[in-house]
Design a protein around this ligand. Structure first.
Ligand code: SIN
Length: 307
């Protein structure tokens, strides 16, 4: 059996079929191994997701800790903290400031504090985030990351999943890598969020949020790693391809986030916190808890244009 990344195995041309090992690099090969003095890192898979202990995020974050947090996020792409009981909205803002400025989501209900979205789901407000996506990819400079805090969680269900899109790129066949090389795609909020809006609301928001284009394979802005950057709700077409071909290619690329070897899944408890690298991963909020209640608060961190 051939390994991923060769052209010899016809099964590799079927987007979800694969036998044997996958190529699962935590970081770009050759990246120096990170060392941590302050953080206790417990990997959840070999390449994506780690629980982090040894830190109380309600206390002021000095530069040494901030540097280790940034390093851990680049290495693991999603880091989790449990039992952060004293963590409040000021601590939430201070934690996200380790990476940058908050970037409000134009569609999420706002929390009491600027930049903080409150996602309160129950029988009356049903979760809509159960689709693989990358936050704010419809913006010129999509969010660099997000910091999500569990306020109230159901006794079972309501997990979140993340998929490593660098691993997804690495595991494309050589033929597919050649096919997507140099392509760009249009990202647009209207086909998803627009379904909840009136034509007047859509027209008004179009002024400030027109469709944007990003490369289909981006270079991660901090690590330079090649990363597949198309997602189901927001990527609407590939520039320059006939409509049928664009739809078929986007479908195939969109399926990659569904491959279990690329994923990590987190079981929330009250006072859990997750921080993810929004360019390196896509995420999916599992909507299996209806009609029970689940409340989260999220800060998205402003990003940079992608290349
Ligand atoms: C989101 O940012 O899509 C929400 C994730 C979640 O509620 O688990």
């Amino acid at each position: 059996m051939e390994t991923a990344g060769t052209d010899k195995n016809p099964l590799l041309e079927k987007p979800l079929i694969h036998f044997g090992r996958r190529v699962l690099e935590r970081t770009t090969p050759g990246t120096p191994q990170a060392g941590y003095r302050l953080l206790e890192i417990t990997p959840m898979t070999p390449h994506i997701g780690a629980e982090v202990g040894g830190v109380d995020l309600s206390r002021p974050i000095g530069e040494a800790l901030a540097e280790e947090l940034r390093q851990a996020l680049l290495e693991w792409k999603i880091i989790f903290f449990r039992d952060q009981r004293e963590f409040d909205v000021d601590a939430h803002l201070a934690l996200s400031a380790v990476w940058g400025e908050p970037e409000p989501n134009p569609f999420f209900p706002k929390g009491d504090t600027a930049g903080v979205s409150r996602l309160a789901k129950d029988a009356a407000a049903i979760g809509q985030e159960n689709i693989w996506h990358s936050d704010h990819s419809f913006m010129t400079a999509p969010a660099l990351g997000s910091v999500l805090r569990a306020v109230e969680v159901p006794s079972s269900g309501g997990d979140t999943m993340w998929a490593d899109m660098g691993a997804a790129y690495d595991n494309l066949s050589d033929a597919m890598k050649r096919r997507v090389e140099g392509l760009t795609a249009v990202h647009d909020w209207e086909p998803s969020w627009g379904t909840f809006m009136t034509p007047e609301q859509i027209a008004a928001l179009r002024q400030s949020l027109p469709p944007v284009e990003h490369p289909v394979v981006v270079r991660h802005p901090r690590t330079g790693r090649r990363t597949l950057y198309v997602n189901e709700p927001f990527t609407t077409r590939i520039v320059g391809l006939p409509e049928d071909e664009s739809r078929e290619l986007l479908h195939e690329l969109g399926l990659q986030a569904r491959i279990p070897e690329f994923q990590v899944r987190f079981r929330w408890q009250p006072d859990s916190i997750a921080i993810w690298d929004n360019i390196a991963v896509q995420h999916y909020a599992v909507n299996d808890y209806y009609p029970r209640r689940r409340v989260m608060e999220r800060i998205a961190i402003a990003g940079v244009p992608l290349s």
